[in-house]
Each structure stands twice: as structure tokens, then as C-alpha cells.
Design a protein around this ligand. Structure first.
Ligand code: 3PG
Length: 216
């Protein structure tokens, strides 16, 4: 069965960790720590020179995770991400060129948007699941509520400003599929190899989300 971005976001709920990996040797332990905390979908950002090797290592060693490449801002990165083993790709914004690159790479793609016109452009290209970036705690919750009327059926993954403290405000919105964020795997904890603490942050996010599902 072909993987869709909708399925990626469904499995990612509540949170898709956004990973900035500075040392390839830490990638697999990091992925396992997040998996132990109950998360199944990870996004490795191509923001460090080691990112593609880190992505390849996770894909090889922890194949049961769904693994994406993020922060794609150049068309060439789509093929590189695919070759390293990415199963989906994410970008902070959206352009015609990036849309073509995603089609050429034949990868499920989560484009980033911030405004109604950007949502419309992505919808014109057939996308119905979008990253909302950056996500400001108060303004973005308000904006997502307003988006619900005109953008029927469009679902969002707010990222860039989400933390354990504001997670539920986003997740309780019906047009939010999941959120993304670095807070479950902060660089300081990765550098310190504090895997138990990272697992704990993932557990905490999952428990918060579970409390919400119980209420509904
Ligand atoms: C992203 O690339 O999605 C964001 O930079 C993550 O932002 P955060 O650090 O606020 O989670």
C-alpha cells in the first residue's frame, strides 16, 4: 500500500519529534529513546552536515519507525533524502519548485504554510495536510480555529513553538492532525546522551494527549 502523508500524520499523533542531530553516533540511541516513549514517526532535519547519515543509520537500525526528512528548502534535497532512506519529506514553506521535487522524488510531502493564500496554493497542488510554521501559541490556535470554516477538510501539523505546555491547545482543535517539535528531544539532552529523560518527555507528551482523547 502506498504511504500517504495523511497516514504519516495519523501515526505521528500526538507529536512528530523534529530532530537536529549533530553526531551520527547518537542517532540510533535517540530514535530508540523516542520509540520507547511511544512515538512512531520521526523527522530528521537536514540542518546539520551529519543529518543524511543519521537518517540512514536510523532507517537501517530501527526500520519499524516511520522516518522523514525535514527542513527541505532546496529541490535537490528531496532526492538526497530519498536516497538516505526518508519515507516522507517536510519543508517549512511551499514553492512550485519544491512541489515538483516532491512529485519527482515520489515521496509523501508535508509542505509548510503560514497564511490563507499559502494554504490555497498548497490546496491547488492537491495537498490537504499541511505544516503550520511557525506556530505561535496564542495567535496560531486562533488562526487554526478561523481556518476551520473556509478550509474544510484541510488538516494541519503546527510546528515551531509547540511545547508540553501548549500541546493540548493545539491537539484539541479538530483540524490539527498532530504537532511537531524539538522539545521532546532538546539538543542539550541529546548531547548529554540523556536517553531516559528523552523517553520521559515522549511519555509525557503521549499521556497528555491520551488525557484529551479520554475527555472526548
Ligand atoms: C521546525 O523546523 O519544525 C521547527 O524549527 C521546530 O521548532 P521548535 O524548536 O520550536 O519545536
Amino acid at each position: 500500500m502506498t504511504l500517504t502523508i495523511e497516514e504519516v500524520l495519523r501515526q505521528a499523533r500526538p507529536v512528530m519529534p523534529v530532530l537536529v542531530i549533530e553526531e551520527v553516533g547518537l542517532a540510533v540511541d535517540l530514535a530508540r529513546a523516542l520509540q520507547a516513549g511511544g512515538l512512531r514517526v520521526l523527522e530528521v532535519t537536514l540542518r546539520t552536515p551529519q543529518a543524511l547519515d543519521a537518517l540512514a543509520a536510523i532507517r537501517r537500525e530501527v526500520p519499524e519507525l516511520l522516518l522523514g526528512a525535514g527542513t527541505l528548502i532546496h529541490a535537490e534535497q528531496f532526492i538526497e533524502a530519498r536516497q538516505a532512506g526518508a519515507q516522507f519529506v517536510v519543508s517549512p514553506g511551499f514553492t512550485e519548485r519544491l512541489a515538483r521535487a516532491a512529485v519527482d522524488a515520489n515521496l509523501p510531502y508535508l509542505p509548510g504554510v503560514m497564511t490563507p493564500s499559502e494554504v490555497l496554493l498548497a490546496v491547488e497542488h492537491g495537498y490537504r495536510s499541511l505544516k503550520l510554521f511557525p506556530a505561535d501559541e496564542t495567535a496560531s490556535v486562533k488562526m487554526l480555529k478561523s481556518f476551520k470554516g473556509p478550509f474544510t477538510g484541510i488538516r494541519f501539523c503546527p510546528t515551531g513553538g509547540v511545547t508540553a505546555d501548549n500541546l493540548l491547545g493545539f491537539l484539541r482543535l479538530p483540524n490539527v492532525a498532530c504537532v511537531g517539535g524539538t522539545w521532546v528531544a532538546p539538543s542539550s539532552l541529546i548531547r548529554a546522551r540523556a536517553w531516559d529523560q528523552i523517553t520521559q518527555l515522549a511519555v509525557e507528551a503521549c499521556s497528555l494527549a491520551a488525557s484529551l482523547e479520554l475527555q472526548s
